[in-house]
Write a protein that binds this ligand. Structure first.
Ligand code: ADP
Length: 238
């Protein structure tokens, strides 16, 4: 469903993505793990077509920058980019019209209720607290209900209720067959169902394993993470 082939992205001399290749199967939930600065956001922004890079990325066989790809690709960025002069409701209405969504009013209501923004619908973007901005950012990303959704550090800045709702929402999207790529640097936050994990470090993919492959090794996600990023187990064995 999503093919990332030999992507290289440099910011000046800084190699943020160094020959990144991976493939996501339709309907899979993939956890993109890596320490800060590993290149997770950069590969997500490259997939979304926001950056110039070398390499090739396709979504369901379409080049990621094509209209066909954009129709099925969604993104929840790490940093909310809201309009200071639009209210919460107007943000969602704007996104619904931009994506030419039909029958979206009920979905907007559901999202506002789930993420406890229903009493904030008349507040402007610049009147929202950081946490409320994060929640609106999430609602904006979820509203179009895309086939393939990238969530960049989606738990950061959310209160416990919103984290719980988001996890439930992720399970729901997974059961609906969406292809999900969720980045995080916090291993403990990965307690939802997942199918594959990709671990990045220094711009490179250091591990790419399915859940059943990991279970077969007897390692848990934390063991694998420290094994590939710090070589803990190798040192112990040496
Ligand atoms: P992660 O999401 O895993 O924390 P990023 O993709 O944000 O990592 O960053 C990867 C590398 O690229 C880091 O070294 C970071 O400093 C650098 N980087 C990210 N964005 C920019 C930018 N806009 N300009 C210059 N360097 C950047």
């Amino acid at each position: 469903m999503l093919d990332v082939n030999h992507v290289i992205k440099k910011y000046g001399k800084n190699l943020a993505c160094n020959d990144v290749t991976f493939h996501l199967n339709p309907g899979d939930t993939t956890i993109l793990l890596g320490p800060n600065g590993a290149g997770k956001s950069t590969i997500m922004k490259s997939i979304m077509g926001f950056l110039k890079y070398q390499g090739a990325i396709t979504v369901d066989g379409n080049v990621n920058k094509s209209v066909e790809a954009k129709k099925i690709l969604g993104f929840v960025p790490e940093m909310p980019a809201l309009y200071p002069n639009l209210t919460v409701s107007e943000h969602l209405e704007f996104i619904a019209r931009a994506y030419k969504l039909t029958d979206y009013k009920g979905r907007i209501e559901e999202l506002l209720t789930r993420f406890e923004l229903d009493d904030k619908r008349k507040k402007f973007g610049d009147e929202l607290s950081k946490g409320m901005q994060q929640k609106l950012n999430l609602c904006i990303g979820l509203l179009p209900n895309p086939k393939v959704l990238l969530l960049d550090e989606p738990m950061i800045g959310l209160d416990p209720h919103a984290i719980k709702e988001l996890k439930k929402y992720i399970e729901q999207m997974r059961s609906e067959g969406k292809t999900l790529l969720i980045s995080t640097h916090i291993i403990d936050s990965v307690d939802m169902l997942w199918d594959r994990t990709i671990i990045m470090q220094n711009g490179m993919v250091k591990a790419n394993v399915t859940k059943s492959e990991l279970e077969g090794t007897g390692q848990n996600l934390e063991d694998l993470f420290f094994d590939v990023t710090e070589g803990i187990n190798k040192e112990e064995e040496a």
